[in-house]
Ligand binder design. Sequence first.
Ligand SMILES: Nc1ncnc2c1ncn2[C@@H]1O[C@H](COP(=O)(O)OP(=O)(O)O)[C@@H](O)[C@H]1O
Ligand SMILES: [Mg+2]
Length: 214
Amino acid sequence: MKIIAFVTQKGGAGKTTLAASIAVAAAEAGHKVIALDLDPQGSLAAWGETRDAEKPDVDRIPQGRISELPTILEALRREGYTVAILDTAGLESTSGNLAMKAANFALIPARPSRLDLQATMPTIETLMRLEMRERFAFVLNQCPPGRNSRSTEAAAGLAAFGVLAEPTIVQRADHQDAIAAGQGVTEYAPEGRAANEVRQLWRWIERKLKGKSQ
Ligand SMILES: Nc1ncnc2c1ncn2[C@@H]1O[C@H](COP(=O)(O)OP(=O)(O)O)[C@@H](O)[C@H]1O
Ligand SMILES: [Mg+2]
């Protein structure tokens, strides 16, 4: 089972939005997916409750059981899940740290601005301590549409360090409308550009994970 964690202490970066849509895209690609909400705010779990579709499975781990994450993941692996998507809290660090420790790969959503990228530093430091240097990437999210020099600069900087997931995700109403409708963007507007970006991002993640089984 491959475990992908969406982490960053910065709230509003897009962890929940991307976790939801990536979980759906992975299920559409044929994986048996569990999306796990580790955030006490419970946004991903709430999204899961509004869903009609059967897949992916969505569940939450209550704060009192968060330390059991490795055991819970092992049980899910035995149940036959092939992908686990972990959504974590912003400011609070226990769930983020545990998720990073458990993950095969960590994705850090960030808006393409200096302040937003700087705000990811504590998360990066934790990933370094956990020796995940080769196993994380930024997802530039909520990028302004069109060719925008700030997004391009941020992307080039991160790409130069080999830590940029592709493609960058543009700010689009589809993301907000999909979540509100209890869907992933690939369900909500399958032909839309947001859906296309999310499917490409899933393929990028899949390529990254290849050969790094757990
Ligand atoms: N690519 C995007 N396009 C448009 N809105 C987005 C996008 N990504 C996130 N959002 C919006 O930004 C806000 C914060 O996203 P959220 O997923 O809740 O972040 P986090 O879980 O990191 O706190 C939400 O209102 C969400 O709808
Ligand atoms: Mg969230």
